[in-house]
Design a binder for this molecule. Structure first.
Ligand code: FAD
Length: 474
């Protein structure tokens, strides 16, 4: 697709737009932008370009369109599917949005804030908090990821059960199109039925349709109190029963519901011995439950105590601890957040970020565990995730006697077993991380021809030159 240009002409054009300081072509200077978060892949680029504002982004994209140069938009580079790094060809530029980091406006009465794409998620949460409100998107990468990346991957995180994915938290977008035009869709409206929902196309598009430069986000009242409990359970079936009970009794106050197996917590304990061990005994499964109250701490405590009490009385729950301080709550959440870190420290494994109807999760786990044991006796499944929204991180580590690298050689077979099982339950092979380059080749098998053709038609209409993040998703 790309005819190589006289490199000097193209690059000096970009330099005229962003300034020499913000156009990186030196290998060492570009290096931090070229390797993915997990360190699995390092690509190559003509340049890394760091524009200051929407106008500069538009001019950079127009220059790339004129020269047919592919663009890889990049935020915090915390994506987990190789979406924000270029391929090895060296044909593309990396367009880093990190200098577009202004909070443009907070409209307290409309409960919205307008932010630029390169704002770090934690800074947005902080600005909302300072204004006396809540921006509820929360994930372990929040200190590094950007809202542009969150929108482009439609990130989920720990509060989806109550507030939805990033898509549900966004009312308007500003986008630089693939031809370098600026679409000003920065509307803070909760109702707007004026034709095709263009905003929805750019959210979750992983930079393949255009560049998000700003967004209008929804804000919520700050809860007066939040309480966290860890509940010990016999099985995923009891976890599902407890979820139903909590939803019935607590309604919208239930903001988080995470499942962790005992194997996950043993892994965390072995890698991070300083973290708390809430129970003296081991139980097969645990649910980490978070409740928020807009009334008071007492109200939150009453809700959680009566719901967990009912679960213990009825035998759904085996044991429970309730955090009595914010530092104890943080300690419980740390157990959950350290599972991926403990896994990484223990060695490479084969990861799956899958989504299923919540009701199917126990049967999915039983059936898929059995299929994997039949194919790879002794393999170890690290299963945890956002059970409340049907999202599991279902990762497969080698049997104790098998080396991690040797096991990775079976990645395709393991993926086929897990993904076919997901499809049998009408689930999705990517719940929240996206497709990127990592799952691109899996997509046609599970989407079907009609859906893939419609996606290709959208791509061709919005990115006719095929320069936006080529090789990702499709
Ligand atoms: P990047 O990695 O830079 O980019 C991601 C994709 O978006 C790429 O395809 C890129 O081209 C595109 N993109 C970036 N910015 C723009 C833009 N302005 N316009 C157009 N395209 C753009 N995800 C979850 O959903 N839930 C979790 O709980 C979660 N936990 C995580 C925990 C850790 C420790 C890590 C490392 C990642 C986690 N993630 C999670 C992955 C998640 O996708 C990212 O953290 C985040 O959403 C990506 O933001 P980013 O700014 O780093 O984007």
């Amino acid at each position: 697709m790309t005819e190589p240009l006289p490199a000097g002409d193209f690059l000096s054009g970009l330099e005229a737009i962003v300034g020499a300081q913000h156009l990186l072509t030196d290998t060492a200077a570009m290096a931090p932008f070229l390797t993915d978060w997990r360190g699995r892949f390092t690509g190559s680029a003509r340049a890394v370009v760091l524009p200051l504002d929407t106008g500069e982004v538009a001019r950079v994209v127009a220059a790339c369109a004129a020269a047919r140069v592919p663009i890889v938009p990049q935020g915090g580079r915390t994506g987990l599917v190789l979406g924000s790094v270029p391929d090895a060809s060296g044909a593309a530029i990396v367009l880093s949005l990190r200098r577009l980091n202004r909070i443009r406006q907070i409209d307290a009465a409309n409960r919205t804030m307008t932010v630029e794409a390169g704002c770090i998620l934690a800074d947005i949460q902080g600005a909302a908090h300072q204004a006396g409100m809540l921006f509820p998107l929360s994930l372990a990468a929040e200190g590094s990821c950007t809202i542009g990346g969150n929108l482009s991957t439609n990130a989920g995180g720990t509060a989806v059960l109550r507030y939805g994915n990033t898509r549900e938290l966004c009312l308007g977008l500003e986008v630089v199109t693939a031809t370098g035009q600026v679409w000003d869709g920065l509307r803070g409206l909760r109702k707007d039925n004026t034709g095709y929902a263009l905003r929805e196309l750019f959210i979750g598009a992983e930079g393949t349709l255009g560049v998000i430069t700003a967004a209008v986000l929804k804000l919520y009242p700050q809860p007066k109190a939040a309480l966290t409990a860890l509940v010990a359970l016999e099985s995923p079936r009891s976890a599902l029963a407890l979820l139903g009970l909590m939803q019935e009794r607590c309604g919208a106050a239930l903001t988080g519901y995470e499942l962790m197996s005992d194997f996950c917590l043993r892994l965390v304990a072995s890698q991070f011995p300083a973290l708390p061990r809430p129970f003296a005994a081991h139980y097969p499964q645990y649910a980490l439950v978070e409740l928020s109250s807009n009334e008071s701490e007492d109200h939150a405590a009453d809700l959680v105590e009566s719901a967990v009490g009912a679960a213990l009385d009825s035998g759904i729950a085996l044991d429970a601890v309730l955090a009595t301080s914010s530092s104890q709550a943080l300690g419980l959440w740390k157990l959950r957040e350290h599972i991926p870190l403990a896994q990484a420290a223990a060695g490479k494994n084969i990861k799956h970020d899958i989504s299923l109807p919540v009701s199917s999760i126990p049967e999915f786990i039983e059936r898929t565990d059995a299929l994997l044991q039949a194919a790879f006796p002794g393999c170890q499944v690290v299963c945890f995730g956002h059970l409340g929204d049907g999202n599991l991180h279902y990762n497969v580590a080698p049997p104790p006697a098998v080396g991690h690298e040797d096991f990775l050689a079976h990645q395709d077979v393991v993926n086929r077993i897990v993904h076919d099982s997901v499809a049998a339950f009408r689930g999705s092979i990517s719940a929240e991380h996206g497709v990127g380059a990592l799952k691109r080749d899996e997509l046609p098998r599970y989407k079907g021809a009609v859906e893939v053709d419609m996606m290709r038609a959208v791509k061709a209409a919005l990115d006719p030159l095929g320069i936006m993040n080529p090789g990702k998703i499709l």
